[in-house]
Design a protein around this ligand. Structure first.
Ligand code: ACO
Length: 336
């Protein structure tokens, strides 16, 4: 059995900063409400004039991760791309990124697990490396959510939370045992599928033709729906469970954690988990204040930023954990 480790990290966020005060000009909300409930102060939204896409932002993050890893296009054996906001209904953005990076004909897999997407994608890449099938896998999480949000008062409980951006890692084969990805843990509970969802357009209930035929300006089916309190209650339980599961699987105690990078869903959720594991502020990396919730991109953006700021040292035990739509959740334990 081989081992895998993160050999390079990268991220990209659009230049356009949208503050809570900016949002308060277009919907009935306030900086105070948003900061108190979520910790978010500002987020990035693409500027429609720039023509940015989910895959395009993923390409920028991937280039940085490849440079950081010292890998060129010919070194990459496979791509895993996680997003809930793809460029097209199909094909997924993995192939667009593969073409843009000039990765010849290597396979490109798209992962649709929303906020847990990056952990799922990392786990898939880890399995391919551990079995010996591939040596270097590019794992990308990217989201362009701003185009799909209801930016009126009707959609305020969701639209103030989400932001755009991309993060990427190169996962590489490594011979040292006890280093790199120690384990990943994935879960789902489909009974809550609709509680955080965009149901249209989809073949299950409403396709584009149904929406056009109805021509109903009050139609909300193509905007995200979130039962915020239910998500919050489940998130705090599942985050804790899946981190404890990862520690137990590796016979480690919570005092072994050097850095926790939780999916940036809500600062209050991260603070709740921090307390549960008795971690200091230095041991939890949060950047939701700056970027909002960037879903599949949030963990790789935070990981790349934390690494860039020197917050991760060789030998550190790093925990990644996520919870989101599906419901799905997961964790990854990494010896850096
Ligand atoms: N500005 C001002 N008021 C608002 C806003 C807003 N942006 N949004 C909702 N409100 C109002 C509501 O209308 C409601 O008013 P009412 O009492 O007059 O009816 C009041 O605020 C309370 O609304 P709730 O939805 O009950 O607010 P809550 O305290 O639950 O906070 C929040 C909402 C922040 C979304 C919270 O539930 C939460 O963070 N949940 C977790 C969500 C999450 O983490 N999602 C991401 C994980 S999954 C993923 O990343 C895809």
């Amino acid at each position: 059995m081989y081992h895998s480790r993160i050999s390079g990290v990268g991220y990209y966020v659009p230049e356009r900063i949208v503050t809570n005060h900016d949002l308060a000009k277009i919907m009935d909300t306030s900086d105070e409400w948003i900061q108190e409930r979520t910790g978010i102060q500002r987020r990035r939204h693409v500027d429609p004039k720039d023509g940015e896409t989910t895959s395009g932002m993923g390409v920028k993050a991937a280039r940085m991760a490849m440079a950081d890893a010292g890998k060129s296009a010919s070194d990459i054996d496979f791509v895993v791309f996680a997003t809930l906001s793809p460029d097209y209904y199909f094909p997924g953005p993995g192939v667009t990124l593969q073409e843009a990076l000039g990765l010849e004909t290597v396979g490109a897999l798209d992962v649709r697990n929303q906020c847990s997407g990056f952990i799922y994608a990392l786990s898939v890449a880890d399995q391919f490396i551990k079995t010996g099938m591939y040596q270097n896998v590019l794992v990308v999480g990217a989201e362009l959510q701003s185009k799909g949000l209801d930016m009126t008062t009707r959609g305020r409980n969701v639209s103030v939370i989400f932001g755009d951006g991309a993060g990427a890692v190169v996962l590489s084969r490594d011979d040292r045992s006890g280093f790199g990805i120690l384990s990943t843990h994935l879960h789902a509970e489909g009974s809550w599928a609709k509680e955080l969802s965009v149901i249209a357009p989809g073949m299950g209930q409403r396709w584009v033709t149904d929406i056009l035929a109805d021509n109903n300006p009050l139609d909300e089916s193509y905007f995200p729906y979130m039962n915020g309190q239910l998500v919050f209650k489940n998130a705090v339980v599942r985050f804790e469970e899946v981190i404890r599961e990862a520690l137990a699987a590796n016979e480690l105690s919570q005092s072994a954690i050097d850095l926790l990078i939780p999916h940036q869903a809500n600062l209050r959720i991260a603070q709740f988990i921090q307390k549960k594991f008795q971690l200091s502020d230095d041991q939890v990396y949060n950047n939701i204040m700056e970027y909002g919730n960037t879903t599949a991109a949030s963990i790789p953006i935070a990981l790349a930023e934390a690494h860039q700021k020197g917050k991760i040292k060789e030998g550190d035990l790093v925990v990644l954990a996520a919870f989101g739509s599906g419901f799905t959740w997961g964790s990854a334990l990494i010896r850096w």
